[in-house]
Design a protein around this ligand. Sequence first.
Ligand SMILES: [Zn+2]
Length: 378
Amino acid sequence: MINSQRLADEFAQLAAINSPPLKESAIAQYLKKRFETLGAEVVFDESANKTGGEVGNMIAYLPSTCLDKEPLLFSVHMDTVDPCGMVVPVLKDGVFSSAGQTILGADDKAGIAEIIETLEIIREQKIPHGEIEVVITVAEEIGLVGAKHLNYELLRSRRGIALDTPGVDWMVLKAPGANRIKAEILGRESHAGVAPEQGVSAILTAGLALSRMRLGRIDFETTANIGTIHGGVARNIVPRHVYMEGEARSHDPVKLKAQTEHMIECLHMAADAMACEIDNETFRPQLKIDMHPDYPSMAVSEDAEIVTLIKRTAAKIGHDLKIRVGGGGSDANMFNANGIETIILGTGMQNVHSVNEKVAVADMVHVVELLVAIIKDN
Ligand SMILES: [Zn+2]
């Protein structure tokens, strides 16, 4: 029932369109026309005003043909990571890869092609369905920028399926939330040989803070990292300035908060410890800490209606769906935070974010089988 040639052609078309984050107008134009040919009404939200991108998020509405079915949302993203200029998709032995210089962009175009093929089949076979809302976000790869600015009032669905994780027969119900931390430490500059007692080292302060900071794997669901640090200007100057950036992630919002506070607290303890008297005045290194939530955690229950629907359907058609825990944020985190219970399904993509990225046509066919069956069973 699935037209694998049509699916492969669709994927090749999509992969060849350049679509870096915030520069998605070419692919958006293509997708608008493509979804309109499938009978959908297509709109773009106003998010481009806030993101500075060429276009907003796209929403394609396929009207219900069966009134007793609840609306269902599908989510994918239209942008791809670098290096993505001029992707040449190569199909060999049923597997797509890039010509070698770029990523392939199966992340997330395999998902987009799968939704398009699914809608082709629904239409061809006149399968009765509830309203289908397909959200294709922009700028996912640079921090869920599209999904963070999406106009959620344009959506009616309360349940969704995001097609955006590697492999097939994988379902992700839980993913951590994250906070970003930027810290600037301002010490006191002085000649290191002539008057070191007039200086307060920002590097020493940072070192003291880091020596007390719990980082790495904190527990089974919490991690933390300081990823960049730089500061100082010369070998013989007590350094005035250090700048560092880090993050904390956890599946548990309480632990995320505690870990973030711990990291900030370590900086304050170090600043206190470095405080000293210079020329009869107390000097304490100054801290400028910028902490902001990156994305919230998601945790869809194993008995949620959407999970039950997908498990039941997969079992019926003989797919052995397994559950995996996500390690980072994706658009689904934002959908869940905005009241749309959304799980993530594997699209078949492999080795994503690398020039070795690939996807097998047979795997995409396998995913479409499941999507069509879910729409039937919904
Ligand atoms: Zn992706």
